[in-house]
Ligand binder design. Structure first.
Ligand SMILES: C[S@@+](CC[C@H](N)C(=O)[O-])C[C@H]1O[C@@H](n2cnc3c(N)ncnc32)[C@H](O)[C@@H]1O
Length: 247
């Protein structure tokens, strides 16, 4: 039996990128945690860690969880599922060892932890055996529509949030059936998304936002964006409000 009470895993939402958009509660939990964990791509500093860099205590133990593959691949790809399943299980075991040693672990999450975050895979694996608490954050999409100075929904507009990893036919069907949309995980899916928007007759309404609220932010009409690789932190907004504004 363990001599010490287990620590708590905190999923800490950091907001969309600008450190000033972090909540007071998130900052307090980070400052007091003895272990700071974060996901990152191999060889990169990690977006979540970059957002919180100035407030991570010097004394904290850091646990970097490095993805073996990109997260922009379709979720039904068999090779992807195996590699990422192993990675999440190993990562959860690593965090559990810190919790068993009595450490509180702050797992840094870009945006909101419960919204498409890798945190969810830790939450699912750890919550049955250890205390887990979640600190909500401003989502990336909220930061992006504000960066674009674009109201996203008016009145009874329906907003649809779509992962860009969906196939083109599904994207087109969903886009035809909504007033407003947010398309996440653009990255290597850009040209497919552009075709789906064109097929849905909405290409000219679409706004592209790269690194919203972060250093290097770019906002432009999608129709003006050259065909080129775009970074992981990019999103496409389709504002609502067509014919629904009371002026
Ligand atoms: C795995 S999801 C994580 C979402 C995050 N938990 C949130 O609450 O926004 C990552 C995707 O969110 C979008 N995203 C999040 N923050 C962004 C930002 N600041 N600028 C542009 N895109 C962003 C991108 O489409 C990116 O591929």
């Amino acid at each position: 039996m363990n001599a010490v009470a287990p620590g708590t895993l905190y999923g800490v939402g950091l907001g969309p990128g600008d450190p000033e958009l972090m909540t007071l509660k998130a900052a307090r939990i980070i400052a007091s945690a003895s272990v700071i964990a974060h996901f990152r791509k191999a060889g990169r500093p990690g977006h979540a860690r970059t957002i919180a860099a100035d407030i991570i205590p010097k004394s904290a133990i850091e646990a970097c969880l490095e993805y073996p593959v990109t997260t922009e691949i379709n979720f039904h790809d068999a090779g992807y599922i195996d590699a990422i399943r192993d990675f999440y299980s190993t990562s959860a075991d690593r965090l559990k060892r810190h919790l068993d040693d009595g450490h509180n672990v702050a797992l840094l999450c870009e945006g909101d932890p419960f919204f498409y975050g890798s945190f969810l895979h830790m939450y699912d694996r750890i919550k049955a055996t250890h205390p887990v608490a979640v600190i909500p954050g401003i989502t990336g999409m909220s930061g992006c529509w504000t960066a674009a100075d674009t109201p996203i929904t008016y009145g009874d507009d329906v907003l649809t949030v779509l992962p860009g990893t969906l196939d083109a036919a599904s994207l087109t069907a969903r886009l035809k059936d909504t007033d407003a949309a947010v398309i996440m995980k653009v990255g290597r899916n850009l040209e497919k998304i552009r075709r789906a928007l064109r097929d849905a007759g909405r290409l000219n309404d679409a706004i592209y936002v790269e690194r919203g609220t972060m250093h290097g932010e770019r906002v432009l009409p999608l129709s003006s964006l050259d065909a080129q690789p775009v970074p992981y932190f990019s999103i496409i907004l389709l504002p609502g409000g067509r014919g629904r504004r009371i002026t």
